[in-house]
Every structure is written in C-alpha cells, then in structure tokens.
Design a protein around this ligand. Structure first.
Ligand SMILES: Cc1cc2nc3c(=O)[nH]c(=O)nc-3n(C[C@H](O)[C@H](O)[C@H](O)COP(=O)(O)O)c2cc1C
Length: 189
C-alpha cells in the first residue's frame, strides 16, 4: 500500500552575499539537480525562492521524502530549515512537476499582503496559508515545467535593457506618427 506524504519547509539561503548572477546560478543548479534526482526517486513538488528565502513542497513515498529531507537539512546552501507542514495525503498536488520553480508573482504577493506580510518570509507562514499558497500554485499548473535542458532564464540588467530599448523606440515612433497625423488632419501640415 502506498504511503504518500507531502512535506513543506522554509529556509534561508546562505549565498545572498554573492552578486545576483551568482545567486541565480546557485538556484538554477539546485532546481536542475532536483528535477533530475526527483524523477529517479518518484518525488514531485515545487520550489519558490524570493527575498533570500526558500519555500519548498516535496511529495512522494514517505521513505523517499524523509530521506531527501534529511539531505536537505544538511545542505550548506541554506540554513534555518524549518518544517512547516508534513502530512499523509491521498494524492499528489503536483504530480506533473518533478520540481517546478515558482516565481513569487503578483498573485502570491496579493495573498501575502492580505496576511500583512509585505515580504516573502515563509518562516512566518501559518498552516492555512501554506495550504492556500500550494493550492494557488497548483492552479497555475497550466504553465509547463522548465525543461531540464533549458536552464531557468534570469535576465541580466544589460539583457533587460536591450529587450526594453526596441519597445521604447517603437512606442516613441508610434507617438510621433500619431502626432504628425493629428497635425495633418488639423490642417497644420
Ligand atoms: C533549497 C534546496 C532544495 C533542494 N531540493 C532538492 C530536491 O528537490 N531534490 C533533490 O534531490 N535534492 C534537492 N536539494 C539538494 C539536496 O540538499 C542534496 O544536495 C541532494 O539531495 C544530494 O543528493 P546525493 O546525495 O544523491 O548527491 C535541494 C537543496 C536545496 C538547498
């Protein structure tokens, strides 16, 4: 008989003194290793990283999840690992995700604001809040898992600027064109 459990914990990253690119590389590596290893051990779940904190849900057979959590407790890339939630479950919430990286987006922030948490601090999450967040993440399941081959993309400041500039010029050009048409229609040109 299956002995399925879900375990959720919060922790603090220990590499936040590094520059942003290096931080993102560490998280990227954790996710890619996790996706690879979890497939082999029948583990599924989600991982959020924001504000220097991790929030992770692991689901699978009790023995596999507990062995993984023992490893995670020993991992020097984070500290203050707090167990938030651990229960037997009838079915997985995240059966399609070996370990999906979740951005703490505006929707999650709205839930946190309602709880008077202006920052992502999972150590302060109550039981019902953990459940609500996991349910809301589950609803976003339509998004595909970041494939192993394609690392999570983090835009550097330069990349972000170079993506932004063309749209800036296009907007400027459209505004100028609209102005000229307006002047022509008004008989000034
Ligand atoms: C925040 C965080 C989340 C992690 N999540 C997973 C995970 O989901 N699966 C996994 O196998 N390892 C995960 N790891 C890595 C483990 O801590 C550990 O390095 C790994 O299980 C070692 O596996 P090995 O002994 O088979 O090499 C995570 C590490 C951190 C810091």
């Amino acid at each position: 008989m299956s002995d399925l459990i879900r375990l959720v914990y919060a922790s603090k990253a220990t590499f936040c003194d590094q520059h942003i690119g290096a931080r993102h590389q560490v998280v990227d590596q954790i996710i890619r290793d996790a996706q690879y290893q979890n497939r082999a051990h029948g583990i599924t779940g989600v991982l959020c990283f924001d504000n220097g904190h991790f929030f992770q849900a692991l689901e699978g057979e009790r023995e596999a999840v507990e062995a993984l959590y023992d490893n995670i407790l020993e991992d020097s890339r984070h500290a203050d690992v707090w167990l938030l939630w651990k229960r037997p479950v009838n079915q997985r919430l995240f059966d399609r995700w070996s370990m999906k990286y979740i951005n703490v987006d505006a929707y999650i922030h709205r839930i946190l604001e309602r709880e008077r948490l202006d920052q992502f601090e999972p150590h302060r999450f109550s039981d019902p809040l953990v459940e609500e967040l996991l349910e809301s993440i589950k609803i976003s399941e339509a998004r595909p898992e970041t494939p192993l081959e394609a690392p999570v993309r983090w835009l550097s400041r330069q990349e972000a600027q170079s993506r932004w500039q063309p749209s800036f010029f296009l907007t400027g050009f459209a505004a100028m064109l609209a102005l000229l048409i307006g002047l022509a229609l008004a008989g000034f040109l």
